[in-house]
Design a protein around this ligand. Sequence first.
Ligand SMILES: Cc1ncc(COP(=O)(O)O)c(C=O)c1O
Length: 465
Amino acid sequence: MSSLYVSLKTPISQSSCLRRRFNLGREPSQLCRINGQRAPTTCVSVGVEAPENAGKKLGFLTSKEVIEAEAKYLVGTYARAPVAVVSGKGSKLYDVEGREYLDLSSGIAVNALGHGDEDWLKAVIEQANTLTHVSNIYYSLPQVELAERLVASSFADRVFFTNSGTEANEAAIKFARKFQRNLHLDVKRPATEFIAFSNCFHGRTMGALALTSKEHYRSPFEPVMPGVTFVEYGNIQATKELIQRGKTAAVFVEPIQGEGGIYSATKEFLQFLRAACDEAGALLVFDEVQCGLGRTGYLWAHEAYGVFPDIMTLAKPLAGGLPIGAVLLTERIASAIAYGDHGSTFAGGPLVCNAALAVLDKISKPDFLSSVSKKGFHFKEILKQKLGGNPHVKEIRGPGLIIGIELDVSGSPVVDACRESGLLVLTAGKGNVVRLVPPLIITEDELSQAADILYQALLVLDEKK
Ligand SMILES: Cc1ncc(COP(=O)(O)O)c(C=O)c1O
């Protein structure tokens, strides 16, 4: 019997509803089988074993039951794929029925180390056993250590932690506004406006949402933060005209757009943005929430361009699946921020920061980063060979392991067909891009397997005609 199971048992047994759900009273050995087979488990040396067959442990016997309960109790914000995931190991996920999936979605570019990485798990368990949460009223060691490591490996001088990507962008918005206000204390109207670009995605909270280009995300919630202008991604002339008006507090840009469809900025565009921001006194913010932290084969996506921002936002893979976000900034901007200007109860907690240290340790190693580039290059080559002949495939693009297959039709039937064949992939853009963001630890064999499934899945497009 696992010690985690034992520790859950006492408080839960007080509720008869939960008693039914958690199958209390049954021997754990009875709960550890899916279709008669043991589900994959993770065991680390600190002596805590993951509960085997977590689905049955919670009282759900089939995916259908999970899907029905979700439809009844959850707010309907997610059009979920019909997969009820219970466990994962490496690049594989397993559902309630024990079906195996090759995961090229990585929790939307989050699980860089795959599922259940043992060093990550050890960092989480050891820290949970030491100190999980303490708030930002006090100092905590993993937070300070993580900030020091992020500073040492980037352009930045200081770090502010958040709990998600959208919160990192909210903080960046506030820091940019405060910086401009301090810089122009003598001016009645300091620069408060923002520039963002077509196909960009910066988050779902009111400020980050205002910076997100897709109108149907914004329009039901208007008015969102005013003062944002969208310019075509890569359009130097239009950006120049706007920024020269002197009202721009900051320009937000993803060096590689993820949700928008896997579009890479050109070097010329980012260099122009840097120079134009400097000239106009605006700040340049790189949103590397999706493309940063090793995904492109560089620790920071902008390294490939040799252009550096004033502020960079991070999130998704940083804590290996635990919620975290970070804003990295230069001293010039940080010095405009005072006590009380921003804060968070949870952000930068010891548990997530210790997990992030384990992630950063691995992904920042030169060998790890070059393996991402190599695998990405190889994967794109085999995708081009195998899929290039399909008339629906317009382009296969993206650096490292953030790859988009642009189609001339919706990618949804392809995503569905992949899933039915045991491969999890995402869409992006206007739904016409199949997005591949595998765990960075994926093997070349697994990538070849994914390419074979994608080849077959693309054939459904003609069958559906
Ligand atoms: C580039 C970018 N910025 C911000 C976000 C928002 O991150 P979160 O969902 O953690 O709030 C995302 C999420 O997909 C993203 O891709």
